[in-house]
Ligand binder design. Structure first.
Ligand code: FES
Ligand code: FES
Length: 394
């Protein structure tokens, strides 16, 4: 048993947990909060959805032992929440429930959707809700109820709420991120002109604007001068070669790329196919990569924007690369885990990218390119790190 501290529905608790006990069993059996339902216990159906640090997550694949210090909200914790109250009314008005088994998870996800996306249309709601299954198949009423509340919030001028908090990831190298760096990246975003008209029909890809992205900032150094690094960032084939599990599916025209990236999540293998466009502002040593893709099997969509700024270090012999990654994940894979774990995984992906980038600039083969990104293995590494930290504290 390991001692942990949690805030559950606003109440602080200190208790001890078995490392193998998942969060859904913990809230149901130890705290008698039985509004959290269990369907598949594999992270697939969404019946067990709760909020962890404000973001929806699957309680059946989250473990209290790894959540020390987190804030958990179950459906009971939304009893007095005005948005959830309006959604409950709308579900009743629109016949959004039949047996009610999926309803706690649906309500938690619905609240997240209307907060983040006021005025969301049916297609957006369907994508956002793709990770919640209703065995009574009453989706039409559920979607109508969510659309109604989202439209009311838009009509009332409610601002979108960022429920999936942005984060500054720990730097891979050198000092912690400081505010001037964030300002520098913001300025870089403004300096980079939106792409001019595409040079070919094949390149007629314009990324959609990101709505409420999760953002993270990273920095690392590579042993090469800025011109070499900038030229690598402007070469789609070399950028793709630095991403584990990624490949170009057709030759790039030098500005847009059509690519696929395979990610393994334990037994699940997701293959995100999509397009990206590369822009640069060489005068300011900055650039962007905008992309969007979909995993057709799970219908999970991802949109991402990477902004980088290059600084000379060691008298120009090396380059410090500062990157801001903003992404939006929609669909079943979006709720697989705690947001902090997803951010750690994104940080580790950036680490693999940096290692491959450095190798590429030295003229060596990318060391982490051979296998697809195994998020499952990375997840174990992340959890292992957390457990080590936990044990160090005792
Ligand atoms: S019980 Fe199905 S996702 Fe957790
Ligand atoms: S209302 Fe029965 S499972 Fe959704």
């Amino acid at each position: 048993m390991k001692p942990i501290r949690l805030a559950i529905n606003g109440r602080s608790i200190e208790t001890s947990v078995e490392p193998r006990q998942h969060l859904a069993d913990f809230v149901r059996e130890e705290l008698l909060l039985t509004g959290t339902h269990l369907g598949c216990e594999h992270g697939v159906c969404g019946a067990c959805t709760v909020l962890i640090d404000g973001a929806p997550a699957r309680a059946c694949i989250a473990f209290p032992v790894a959540l020390d210090g987190a804030s958990i909200t179950t459906v009971e914790g939304l009893a007095d929440d005005p948005v959830a109250a309006r959604l409950r009314e709308a579900f009743m008005e629109e016949h959004g429930l039949q047996c009610g088994f999926c309803t706690p998870g649906m309500l938690i996800m619905a609240r997240d959707i209307v907060l983040r996306l006021p005025g969301a249309d049916d297609a957006t709601i369907r994508h956002e809700l793709a990770g919640n299954l209703c065995r009574c198949t009453g989706y039409i009423g559920i979607i109508r109820a969510i659309r109604t509340v989202a439209a009311e919030r838009a009509a009332a001028g409610e601002e979108a709420v960022a429920t999936r908090c942005s984060a500054v990831a720990p730097p891979l190298h050198i000092s912690p991120l400081t505010l001037p760096v964030a300002n520098l990246l913001a300025a870089a975003r403004e300096n980079i002109a939106e792409p001019a008209s595409p040079p070919t029909a094949a390149a007629a890809f314009m990324p959609e604007p990101l709505r409420n992205p999760v953002e993270m900032v990273q920095e690392f150094e590579v042993p090469a001068g800025r011109p070499d690094v900038l030229s690598l960032f402007q070469d789609p084939a070399r950028v793709i070669a630095c991403l584990p599990g990624a490949r170009l599916v057709e030759p790039s025209d030098g500005r847009t790329l059509n690519a696929e990236m395979v990610v393994k999540l334990g037994p699940i293998q997701a293959a995100f196919g999509g397009r990206a466009v590369i822009s640069a502002d060489p005068a300011h040593w900055t650039g962007t990569i905008d992309g969007q893709g979909v995993d057709r099997r799970s219908a999970t969509r991802v949109q991402a924007r990477l902004v980088y700024v290059l600084d000379e270090v060691e008298g120009g012999a090396a380059t410090r690369v500062r990157v801001n990654v903003a992404y939006v994940l929609q669909g079943p894979l979006a709720q697989m885990s705690r947001g902090a774990l997803a951010r750690d995984l994104a940080a580790r992906l950036t680490g693999a990218f940096a290692a491959n980038l450095a190798a590429g600039l030295r003229g060596e083969a990318a060391p982490l390119q051979a296998a697809p990104l195994n998020a499952g293995a990375l997840m174990f590494a992340v959890v292992a790190d957390w457990l080590k930290r936990l044990f160090r504290k005792r």
